[in-house]
Write a protein that binds this ligand. Structure first.
Ligand SMILES: [Zn+2]
Ligand SMILES: [Zn+2]
Length: 246
């Protein structure tokens, strides 16, 4: 589906959402879902009247395997650079590779979910992505240390990765993973809610098109941000326990 003119969500990809940003003479792909989505993503790109060779860069919102699984089957050794924040990588030989907390091992080769995936370039907070007009990188740690959002100021679109899960109208936070830091997550949410956008393309679920900033504000006020060891407790649960007042 074309979420807004020039920003597409690949229909039916398994795992994390895959977005394609039309930069005119090239495409930028955001995330690569679980393994075995390569054919589906190719088919979508063809339906746009383009080919995979039009993809000039793959931008990762973070390094979790439900967002990176089809990288090899799509791009292999084609030279399409994979860009990710440094905090979701590890040193590997003379370069870096993708890494997420809880990853037990990674192997050279092509084995789905276990392959060692090279990071060709690093995304820094505030950087403007090449091949696109005015899409800015925001480092928003919390879900993972290297999570980023992408803000397309011209279109008023925030691509949020797993910072946000959405159902087409409202948002909720992702489930906890090893490496999740909810204090950092809250700071990141407070940062993005101060930005100007109208549409959010979340890491999972249907994008919120129009009124997305107001929805995010509702999510912020809908949670009691009381910090228990590792999680926030939604307000209704606190009320049931006789703790949340108002
Ligand atoms: Zn995910
Ligand atoms: Zn994730």
């Amino acid at each position: 589906m074309e979420v807004v003119p020039g920003i597409h969500k690949v229909d039916g990809a398994w795992g994390g959402n895959v977005y394609l940003l039309d930069g005119g003479d090239s495409l930028t792909q955001v995330d690569a879902a679980l393994p075995f989505n390569g054919r589906r993503i190719r088919r979508y790109i063809r339906s746009m009247g383009r080919t995979v060779s039009d993809v000039r860069q793959l931008v990762l919102t973070h390094a979790h395997p439900d967002h990176t699984g089809s990288i090899h089957s799509l791009f292999g050794d084609s030279g399409v650079p994979t860009l990710v924040h440094e905090a979701d990588t590890l040193r590997s030989g003379s370069g870096r590779r993708l890494y997420y907390r809880g990853q037990l091992f990674s192997l050279p080769g092509k084995m789905p979910l276990c392959s060692r995936i090279p990071a060709h370039g690093l995304l820094a907070d505030g950087a403007v992505l090449p091949h696109l007009s005015g899409v800015r990188v925001l480092h928003t740690p919390g879900h993972t240390p290297g999570s980023v959002c992408l803000l397309d100021e011209e279109r008023g679109v925030l691509i949020a990765g797993d910072m946000l899960i959405s159902d087409g109208k409202s948002f909720h936070r992702p489930v906890q993973f090893p490496g999740t830091d909810f204090r950092a997550y809250r700071r990141s949410i407070e940062r993005i809610v101060s930005l100007d956008f109208d549409t959010v393309c979340a890491g999972h679920g249907k994008p919120v098109v129009g009124g997305a900033k107001a929805s995010l504000e509702r999510m912020l006020t809908g949670y009691t941000w009381a910090l228990f060891p590792w999680r926030f407790i939604p307000r209704p649960v606190l009320r049931a326990r006789g703790r949340g007042k108002g």
